[in-house]
Design a protein around this ligand. Sequence first.
Ligand code: G4P
Length: 195
Amino acid sequence: MKELHEKIIQDGKVLSNDVLKVDAFLNHQIDPPLMQAIGEEFAARFKEDGITKILTIESSGIAPAMMTGLIIGTPVVFARKKKSLTMSDHLFTSSVHSFTKKETNEISVSKDFLQKGDKVLLMDDFLANGQAVLGLLDIIEQAEAELVGVGIVIEKGFQPGGAMIREKGIRVESLAIIQSLEDGKVTFANGESNE
Ligand code: G4P
């Protein structure tokens, strides 16, 4: 997606060979017109698929998921990493280990908001090792809902998550796929770079 590639080149910061900082538009400050364009792109890619619900995980998945839900016209549910005061034990739960942050979170979704018969678009901001997607897939299976596909804003193509999820026969749509962050340079899978 051209606008997203441009934004990554303009405002993204390569922190190491593995980590891209996008706090200026996605992970801390949020760029609403860019989120709208992202929502329009996902809505166009999944418009024929009869989606009834978008499932993401807090916190940075919420903004792109929200814009996509607005345009497709479906509710957006985000898995919580900490139980809220008002959450009961009427929950689907799964465990998500983050290799990047070296922590494990128990994630949960209320049984009220994901059900058998739902056709689910799973979304997240980053796809790296794929652990968040696996946790959300587990929750979709527990709910006996149907997974339509996975929508990712930025996929790090040099980490194993994308291949692992696609090997399961799951459709993954990523708006930007980064092939490398070596030597402080962003190179996309389509060959574009910030040089
Ligand atoms: P995985 O879910 O694909 O296995 O990813 P991983 O464990 O490697 O990453 C866990 C967290 O780190 C996720 O955020 C993910 O978005 C973020 N992350 C991974 N790689 C990058 C990167 O290169 N740049 C940035 N900015 N973030 C990265 P999270 O813990 O869910 O945080 P948040 O959604 O609350 O922001």
